[in-house]
Design a protein around this ligand. Structure first.
Ligand SMILES: [Fe+2]
Length: 312
């Protein structure tokens, strides 16, 4: 009995699914008639490609999104590392200024959050607060700031250059942080126009600089300076209140004087006065912190006051 091979049925050669059309053609390669039929069927149903196209586009888009996420992640790490390096430079030059700018940043962020600022503006406030005195990293100015005798008129004039010097130092970052240099340059401007270096008045003073000005003055009052002992929280609050509409933005002063803000500022001041915590790393043994991973690490250290620059 001759076993005759059954001719393949064309009906059985239907592609099972649009995507598998090519697979079907390949699988039927030993049967040209069947393969041709499958290929024709598949090509005739080009509309089925519409089902494939979204999948391909989706996969490509996911790849691009992942790549963009990676690039952004890297840019954020670089930004955090750059800012942390600058802060390290301030510490290395003058630990007291390093502690001062961190406290100012904490107070400024409390006020900024109470003003319901968006995250972007809050980060701007944080940067201006941390780098507002970077212009003091200047040999001659540094000596003047640490001089124990009374300032001469000439020295006073030199001190008044530090906001613009700071803006000049930060100028290369202006493409990335356009508000930084402007805010730093304006942190000694006064609401009534009697400040320096430009004598800006009212809302012509950048908003972030107005926030930082209040925080800066609060810290200047509550910490011992060259000619003044540290004064109490209540005295500092009265001084800020007295500067309403002359030195400071009146609306921000009103906010500063509200009960919740006062409570938070008072808590931050108490924390700043706590004994310094031991660092978790031992630099003598060469243990160092790893590079910043996205976060700009300054807040934990900001709670470590420089006890030697404070009155008992
Ligand atoms: Fe300053």
């Amino acid at each position: 009995m001759n076993a005759t091979r059954k001719a393949p049925s064309l009906a059985a050669a239907k592609p099972t699914a649009p995507f598998f059309g090519f697979v079907d053609v390949y699988a039927n390669a030993t049967n040209p008639a069947r393969a041709a039929f499958v290929a024709r069927t598949f090509l005739a149903k080009r509309i089925d490609m519409k089902n494939i196209l979204p999948l391909s586009v989706g996969a490509a888009a996911s790849g691009l999104l992942y790549r963009e996420h990676e690039l952004r992640n890297r840019a954020e790490r670089l930004s955090a590392a750059t800012l942390e390096t600058l802060l390290n430079a301030i510490d290395a030059n003058d630990a007291q200024t390093g502690a001062h700018v961190r406290r100012v940043a904490i107070y400024a962020l409390i006020l900024g959050k109470a003003a319901d600022l968006d995250e972007r503006t809050l980060r701007s406030v944080e940067r201006v607060a941390l780098f507002h005195d970077i212009g003091k990293l200047h040999g001659a100015l540094s000596d003047i700031f640490h001089e124990q005798s009374k300032l001469t008129p000439e020295e006073r004039r030199a001190v008044r250059t530090h906001p613009q010097r700071g803006a000049d130092v930060l100028a290369p970052l202006s493409a990335f942080y356009p508000d930084l240099g402007k805010g730093v340059a304006a942190h000694h401007e006064r609401w009534d126009g009697s400040g320096y270096p430009r004598g800006l008045k009212g809302k012509r003073i950048p908003f972030v600089a107005r926030v930082v000005a209040i925080a800066d003055s609060f810290d200047a009052i509550t910490y011992r300076r060259r000619y003044s002992n540290a004064r109490s929280f209540a005295e500092a609050t009265r001084a800020i209140s007295a500067g309403r509409g002359t030195q400071f933005d009146p609306e921000l002063v009103d906010l500063f004087l509200t009960r919740p803000v006062q409570a938070r500022i008072g808590k931050a001041l108490r924390e700043a006065n706590m004994p310094r915590k031991k660092r978790s790393t031992n630099r003598r043994r060469g243990e160092t912190q790893s590079v910043p991973d996205i976060t700009f690490r300054w807040r934990p250290r900001s709670l470590e006051p420089q006890s030697q620059d404070r009155q008992p």
